[in-house]
Write a protein that binds this ligand. Structure first.
Ligand SMILES: Nc1ncnc2c1ncn2[C@@H]1O[C@H](COP(=O)(O)OP(=O)(O)OP(=O)(O)O)[C@@H](O)[C@H]1O
Ligand SMILES: [Mg+2]
Length: 506
């Protein structure tokens, strides 16, 4: 249900500006959202998308420009005020509270919950209904959120957005933590919402999603809207990429480099199992080789990486590097053997957000920069500066506090860490999560270079296309088992999904 062009818009943003400590994040953005539409906001990492939505959700106050809500000039003074207007936001960095239950998170700060009016039993029931509406009725409202996967945390965050009397839901990269099945489910819910007249602002770096779900698009480049309210159906993808980047980008995967026949096996995984998660996992990775794990969220992919890394203690089998077995459940033993892990959730597992960028890049290499036991900031910084240039980090300032970088740039820091570290085995979990189309090609090339330099690389991605495009060999994982091992040129996306579906039915 899209209103015709003459009806007043739900939201009308004109020439919004916002600077942080003199650095302009928004330089003039126009955005008009109509009731019942899915309005996509596109732009490269650091373009200003999250900053824009934070001015709409009451987190930031704009420095200039105007906001009209339902035809009236409006100031959105705080997140509570935004909710009061009917604007709910799902943030890019999941903001659920791990120590609380699903129901407690959904009704956190909820006016209905004040003064104990909403009783626990009542809130559990309501939370249960919301989770069921989102297709996740199997998750109990009493579950502690910290025990849920990133995908399920996202669902809780969405249930919270729906728990208010909402007219506009803003979703900042919701699909970044979801697999293809979960994205279908998300889109089903989005269609239900828009059918009932609710508007959705949808941010994603995956252009094919925009084609599927979006009605109109606003593109932001360097803090300015370069296009506002284009019809998705009338705008070719190449045009969108040009509006975002100012150039043509071919989203190509780097050419495969055939692994030399005499290239040694670096990583050997034999009969690895983790009770209740996966079992009987066997594979080898040779120097220069990239092996991909494909499968749905919950198939055990990330758990396999964490067990190889020793962050979880295997209940069966073993992991060896260059013929030497590692101690099960010992990260120290894995790191000493030259294994690095770039984790799925950069917020909780990977980055010290309140430290400067250079500290995060050199984090796992403290030993190398210590002089007489004292950390040498100078040498740390120099090493980091090199990688900041190599990865085209923006802004390219080693002293910036990590939290103030855009999501995609934070992802690059996690990768930069391993360039400084000098590993032999790299385990990459969702290496391009939240990374824009331009920077993706850079990261793919970087991963290929790390392989060419002799690393054995294992990559996990929810985007099957990415696994197939990047890896030499693919292990299809389903229900905690290796369902098949294929040369990546011998299987396509449908083939992988077919195996996964058959595997879970078996
Ligand atoms: N609190 C802050 N303090 C200082 N600078 C900030 C802050 N928040 C954002 N910025 C800067 O504003 C610019 C826009 O960032 P923003 O997070 O809006 O980008 P984005 O378009 O959401 O990118 P991504 O696709 O990577 O999520 C970036 O240069 C970022 O470093
Ligand atoms: Mg963002």
């Amino acid at each position: 249900m899209i209103e015709d062009d003459h009806s007043p818009s739900l939201l009308d943003v004109r020439q919004i500006t916002k600077s942080f400590a003199g650095v302009a994040a928004l330089r003039g953005v126009d955005l008009t959202v109509r009731a019942g539409e899915v309005h996509c906001v596109l732009g490269q990492n650091g373009a200003g998308k999250s900053t824009l939505i934070k001015t709409l959700s009451g987190v930031h106050q704009p420095d200039g420009g105007t906001i009209h809500w339902q035809g009236e000039p409006t100031t959105i003074a705080s997140p509570v005020a935004a909710l009061g207007l009917g604007i709910a936001t799902m943030y890019q960095e999941l903001d659920v509270v791990d120590g609380l239950t699903v129901a407690e998170n959904i009704f956190l700060g909820h006016e209905n919950a004040r003064g104990g009016v909403l009783r626990v039993a009542g809130s559990n029931r309501l939370a249960g209904e919301l989770m069921t509406r989102l297709g996740h009725g199997s998750i109990s409202p009493k579950t502690e959120v910290g025990t849920l996967s990133a995908a399920n945390k996202q669902i809780v965050s969405m249930a919270r957005a729906l728990s208010h009397d909402t007219k506009l839901i803003i979703m900042d990269e919701p699909s970044a933590v979801l697999d293809s099945e979960e994205v279908k489910n998300l889109f089903r819910v989005v269609r239900e919402l828009t059918a009932s007249g609710i508007a959705v602002i949808y941010i994603s770096h995956r252009l094919e999603e925009i084609r599927q779900i979006g009605d109109r698009i606003t593109v932001i480049k360097d803090g300015r809207s370069t296009a506002s309210g284009l019809a998705v159906s009338a705008t070719p993808t190449a045009e969108l990429i040009r509006l975002m980047t100012g150039r043509d980008v071919a989203n190509v995967f780097p050419a495969r480099v055939p692994v030399a026949a005499d290239s040694p096996v670096v990583l050997q995984v034999e009969d690895l199992g983790l009770r209740g998660e996966f079992s009987g996992v066997d594979f080898t990775v040779r120097a220069g080789e990239i092996v991909g794990l494909a499968g749905l969220v919950g198939s055990g992919r990330s758990e396999i990486l964490e067990t190889v890394y020793g962050a979880r203690k295997a209940s069966t089998g073993r992991v060896s590097v260059s013929g030497t077995a590692l101690r099960a459940g010992s990260v120290d033993s894995a790191v000493a053997a030259g294994i690095g892990l770039s984790p799925e959730e950069r917020k909780s597992q990977g980055l010290l957000l309140d430290e400067p960028v250079f500290k995060n890049i050199t984090l796992s290499t403290f030993g190398r920069f210590a002089v007489g036991g004292v950390l040498n900031d100078r040498r740390e910084r120099d090493a980091a500066v090199e990688q900041i240039a190599a990865l085209e980090l923006r802004p390219d300032d080693p002293d910036r506090i990590t939290r103030t970088l855009s999501g995609g740039n934070q992802q690059k820091i996690l990768l930069a860490r391993w360039l400084v570290h000098g590993t032999r085995v790299l385990l990459l979990d969702e290496p391009t999560r939240g990374v824009d189309v331009g920077a993706r090609a850079e990261i793919y090339a970087l991963i290929r270079r790390l392989a060419a330099a002799g690393n054995a690389i294992v990559i996990v991605s929810s985007e099957i296309e990415e696994v197939l495009g990047l890896a030499d060999r693919v292990l299809v994982i389903g229900d905690g088992r290796v369902l098949a091992t294929k040369d990546s040129t011998d299987i396509d996306e449908h083939g992988v999904l077919d195996l996964v579906m058959k595997g879970s039915a078996a």
